[in-house]
Design a protein around this ligand. Structure first.
Ligand code: ATP
Ligand code: MG
Ligand code: MG
Ligand code: MG
Length: 468
């Protein structure tokens, strides 16, 4: 069975052979793009090529792109540990045409690669097209997909957008049916969130540009943007429906089992999965220059780190463990991504410092949470003030508290949380105003509201969709 590293190479070589330039992954922090929190797909670095603002000496490209989906428009943080196919960090394999080939070539390229080079059983595959896209429907028929396995979808699932603005277009997706033994329904059905039918490849027909005011224009040239999750195709080629069963994830899960001394595949497996996933996003974000902080990108990083640390705590880890997992990650991915090895010491130090600090309040915070819950009726939501106290005093990001409660089938009163947050802000304002320099400080606070630079503004800033 091919390893993830081998599958990545097969993909890139296939498109290189077909006239594509192999372009390195761009960093996770998009350059000059304040509308986007993290690079969340392969097309991000090519945005200006699709709109025609920029041209290069190639019209076809292929990449393995580092992606993080843990904030903004595409956010899969809450899926991790609950689905077999989502990560916060993953690699997106893609091929791109900038005003060169379009639908007629893109669909056969994808079909040939997965059915011939990868040898996937055709009878297990189905595809979706945007409901009005007869052309894509016909091309799928022509390559040999039976009509009843080409599903027309009218929702945004088949209209791809990177974020609130930018190039976008209708798309077609390729799904693999893992079989009846796994729960889930075909795309477009009420059970589509299950893991039976897994989307492996998304092919976008880039023909529009979306603007901030909601309007859209037709692009002058027609382009192709595709994305296939390496971990998903990897699971398939390693005969599993579960990304966490791939060679790379097994190595990370075993490392987590080793440092916590807890069986990797027993009933605690979910904690190992979350740790393995969050180790990757955390390490790659730090390697790309993000540091944990209380606002913007840094706060998303901190949230991911602390979530992982809570799961390590649930595995009984007394001492910090996350930093001890970094060598296993570097061993798995360092050859493809040298920045990981270069930043290894920084990643380890940052994890150790953050985990040491968070451990000082984690135990007490979790105890407070248990006490609060014990004092409440069975399914009452956790009061907003309690969640706010956990946030403010114990350093629990709201989503960490929600994650902890989800295991118990409980929720947070988020309105109450927001109210407590607003109240604290107002108090802080009043306290400053009382210091005698009210006029100047009012301006200063307005600036902070926009820029978001203090502890208590952190959560607010982060909540703004796709913005920092
Ligand atoms: P899903 O519907 O399964 O959430 P998606 O439609 O949101 O996937 P796209 O935006 O189309 O995903 O991204 C292109 C490809 O990247 C997907 O077909 C999938 O193979 C992969 N992918 C997307 N999100 C993730 C994730 N969170 N973890 C791992 N792979 C992903
Ligand atoms: Mg998704
Ligand atoms: Mg989808
Ligand atoms: Mg998709």
């Amino acid at each position: 069975m091919p390893t993830l590293n081998e599958i990545r190479s097969t993909f890139l070589n296939y498109f290189a052979k077909n006239g594509h330039e192999v372009v390195p992954s761009s960093p996770l922090v998009p350059r000059n793009d304040p509308t986007l929190m993290f690079t969340n797909s392969g097309m991000v670095q090519f945005k200006n090529l699709f709109t025609g603002v920029e041209t290069r000496d190639y019209k076809r490209a292929t990449t393995a792109q580092k992606c993080v989906r843990a904030g903004g428009k595409h956010n899969d943080l809450d899926n991790v540990g609950y689905t077999a196919r989502h990560h916060t960090f993953f690699e997106m394999l893609g091929n791109f045409s900038f005003g060169d080939y379009f639908k007629k070539e893109a669909i056969p390229f994808a079909w040939e690669l997965i059915t011939k080079d990868f040898g996937i059983d055709k009878s297990r595959l189905l595809t979706t097209v945007y409901h009005t896209d007869d052309e894509a429907f016909e091309i799928w028929k022509k390559v040999g997909v039976p009509e009843d396995r080409i599903i027309r979808i009218a929702t945004s699932d088949n209209f791809w957008q990177m974020g609130p603005t930018g190039p976008c277009g209708p798309c077609t997706e390729i799904f693999y049916d893992h079989g009846e033994h796994i729960w889930g329904g075909p795309p477009g059905s009420p059970d589509e969130d299950g893991d039976r039918f897994i989307e492996i490849w998304n092919i976008v027909f880039m023909q529009n540009e979306q603007f901030e005011d909601g309007s859209m224009r037709e692009l002058d040239m027609q382009s192709i943007d595709t994305g296939m999750g390496l971990e998903r195709i990897g699971a398939l080629l390693q005969e599993s429906h579960d990304n966490y069963d791939t060679d790379l994830f097994k190595a990370l899960i075993e490392a987590s089992a080793h440092v916590t001394n807890v069986d990797p595949y027993g009933d605690q497996n979910v904690h190992h999965r979350v740790i393995a996933d969050h180790l990757r996003s955390t390490s790659f974000l730090i390697a790309d220059g993000v540091m944990p902080s209380n606002d913007g990108r840094g706060y998303v990083l901190r949230r991911i780190m602390r979530r992982a640390m809570r799961h390590a705590h649930l595995l009984g880890a007394k001492d910090p463990v996350m930093h001890r997992l970094v060598p296993a990650l570097v061993q798995q991915m360092g050859a493809q991504y040298p920045e990981l090895g270069q930043a290894q010491a920084l990643i380890e130090e940052t994890l150790l410092l953050e985990e040491t600090r968070f451990k000082q309040t984690l135990d007490r915070g979790l105890k407070l949470l248990d006490d609060e819950l014990a004092a409440l009726p069975e399914d009452a939501p956790l009061p907003g003030e309690a969640a706010f106290k956990l946030y403010d005093t114990y350093g629990f990001p709201l989503d960490l508290t929600q994650d902890a409660l989800r295991e118990k089938g409980r929720v947070v009163d988020t309105e109450g949380f927001d109210a407590a947050m607003a109240e604290q802000k107002a108090k802080a304002r009043a306290a400053w105003a009382g210091s005698g320099e009210a006029a100047d400080l009012a301006v200063w606070f307005d600036v902070l509201d926009v820029a978001g630079a203090t502890d208590f503004l952190g959560y607010d800033t982060e909540k703004a969709e796709g913005q920092i």
